[in-house]
Design a binder for this molecule. Structure first.
Ligand SMILES: [Zn+2]
Length: 121
Protein backbone atom coordinates (compact mmCIF):
# COMPACT_ATOMS: atom_id res chain seq x y z
CA UNK A 1 0.00 0.00 0.00
CA UNK A 2 2.05 2.83 -1.28
CA UNK A 3 0.23 6.06 -0.93
CA UNK A 4 1.12 9.34 -2.48
CA UNK A 5 4.20 10.77 -0.89
CA UNK A 6 3.62 13.49 1.59
CA UNK A 7 5.03 16.92 0.91
CA UNK A 8 7.64 16.41 3.63
CA UNK A 9 8.85 13.16 2.06
CA UNK A 10 9.16 14.81 -1.31
CA UNK A 11 11.05 17.75 0.13
CA UNK A 12 13.46 15.45 1.98
CA UNK A 13 13.99 13.43 -1.17
CA UNK A 14 15.01 16.58 -3.05
CA UNK A 15 17.20 17.63 -0.15
CA UNK A 16 19.09 14.33 -0.05
CA UNK A 17 19.39 14.13 -3.81
CA UNK A 18 20.81 17.62 -4.17
CA UNK A 19 23.10 17.31 -1.15
CA UNK A 20 24.68 14.34 -2.94
CA UNK A 21 24.84 16.16 -6.27
CA UNK A 22 26.46 19.22 -4.73
CA UNK A 23 28.66 17.17 -2.39
CA UNK A 24 27.51 18.94 0.74
CA UNK A 25 28.94 17.41 3.88
CA UNK A 26 27.34 19.71 6.43
CA UNK A 27 24.21 18.52 8.08
CA UNK A 28 21.33 20.46 6.60
CA UNK A 29 18.08 20.84 8.43
CA UNK A 30 14.78 22.25 7.29
CA UNK A 31 13.13 24.63 9.68
CA UNK A 32 9.60 25.78 9.21
CA UNK A 33 9.00 29.30 10.47
CA UNK A 34 5.76 31.10 10.98
CA UNK A 35 5.15 33.97 8.61
CA UNK A 36 4.31 35.99 11.72
CA UNK A 37 7.88 35.67 12.94
CA UNK A 38 9.20 37.27 9.76
CA UNK A 39 9.27 40.98 9.18
CA UNK A 40 10.26 42.81 6.05
CA UNK A 41 12.59 45.77 5.89
CA UNK A 42 9.81 48.05 7.06
CA UNK A 43 8.97 45.86 10.01
CA UNK A 44 5.73 44.55 8.54
CA UNK A 45 4.84 41.05 9.56
CA UNK A 46 3.55 38.26 7.40
CA UNK A 47 6.28 38.09 4.79
CA UNK A 48 7.21 34.80 3.30
CA UNK A 49 10.82 33.82 3.49
CA UNK A 50 13.14 31.15 2.23
CA UNK A 51 16.69 31.49 3.39
CA UNK A 52 19.63 29.58 4.70
CA UNK A 53 21.68 30.09 7.82
CA UNK A 54 25.05 28.39 8.07
CA UNK A 55 26.69 28.03 11.45
CA UNK A 56 29.23 25.74 13.04
CA UNK A 57 26.68 22.97 13.40
CA UNK A 58 25.64 22.97 9.79
CA UNK A 59 23.02 24.69 7.73
CA UNK A 60 19.38 25.45 8.35
CA UNK A 61 17.01 26.20 5.51
CA UNK A 62 14.34 28.36 7.05
CA UNK A 63 11.09 28.59 5.16
CA UNK A 64 7.63 29.94 5.72
CA UNK A 65 6.05 28.42 2.64
CA UNK A 66 6.19 25.04 1.00
CA UNK A 67 9.62 24.49 -0.53
CA UNK A 68 10.03 23.71 -4.20
CA UNK A 69 12.93 21.78 -5.66
CA UNK A 70 14.24 25.07 -7.00
CA UNK A 71 14.29 26.51 -3.45
CA UNK A 72 16.28 23.51 -2.23
CA UNK A 73 18.86 23.74 -5.03
CA UNK A 74 19.15 27.50 -4.59
CA UNK A 75 19.73 27.34 -0.85
CA UNK A 76 22.10 24.36 -1.08
CA UNK A 77 24.17 26.30 -3.62
CA UNK A 78 24.52 29.07 -1.05
CA UNK A 79 25.80 26.44 1.39
CA UNK A 80 28.18 24.87 -1.14
CA UNK A 81 29.44 28.19 -2.48
CA UNK A 82 29.17 30.81 0.26
CA UNK A 83 31.08 33.38 -1.75
CA UNK A 84 28.92 33.22 -4.85
CA UNK A 85 26.78 36.20 -5.66
CA UNK A 86 23.01 35.90 -5.68
CA UNK A 87 23.10 36.14 -9.49
CA UNK A 88 25.56 33.24 -9.73
CA UNK A 89 23.37 31.09 -7.48
CA UNK A 90 20.24 31.91 -9.49
CA UNK A 91 22.01 31.13 -12.77
CA UNK A 92 23.44 27.84 -11.51
CA UNK A 93 20.07 26.80 -10.08
CA UNK A 94 18.48 27.33 -13.48
CA UNK A 95 21.28 25.45 -15.21
CA UNK A 96 21.08 22.47 -12.85
CA UNK A 97 17.33 22.14 -13.11
CA UNK A 98 16.97 22.74 -16.84
CA UNK A 99 17.99 19.36 -18.28
CA UNK A 100 15.66 17.51 -15.95
CA UNK A 101 12.18 17.91 -17.38
CA UNK A 102 10.60 15.97 -14.55
CA UNK A 103 11.32 19.00 -12.40
CA UNK A 104 8.56 20.94 -14.08
CA UNK A 105 5.98 18.40 -13.17
CA UNK A 106 7.34 17.80 -9.70
CA UNK A 107 7.87 21.37 -8.66
CA UNK A 108 4.75 23.02 -9.97
CA UNK A 109 2.17 23.41 -7.34
CA UNK A 110 -1.32 22.61 -8.45
CA UNK A 111 -2.53 25.45 -6.33
CA UNK A 112 -3.17 28.73 -8.03
CA UNK A 113 -1.66 30.79 -5.26
CA UNK A 114 0.91 33.33 -6.28
CA UNK A 115 4.21 32.17 -4.97
CA UNK A 116 5.30 35.02 -2.75
CA UNK A 117 8.57 36.68 -3.53
CA UNK A 118 11.60 35.23 -1.87
CA UNK A 119 13.00 37.33 0.92
CA UNK A 120 16.63 37.01 0.18
CA UNK A 121 19.21 35.66 2.49
ZN1 LIG B 1 19.71 33.41 -2.59
Amino acid sequence: MHEKRSTADQTNQWLHYWMQQLVIKHPVRLERASIWSVTDRNGRRGCSLVGVVVDTEGARIIHTRRLTEEDIVHELLHVAHPHWSEEAVVAETARLLKPRPRHRRAARSTETENTPARVEC
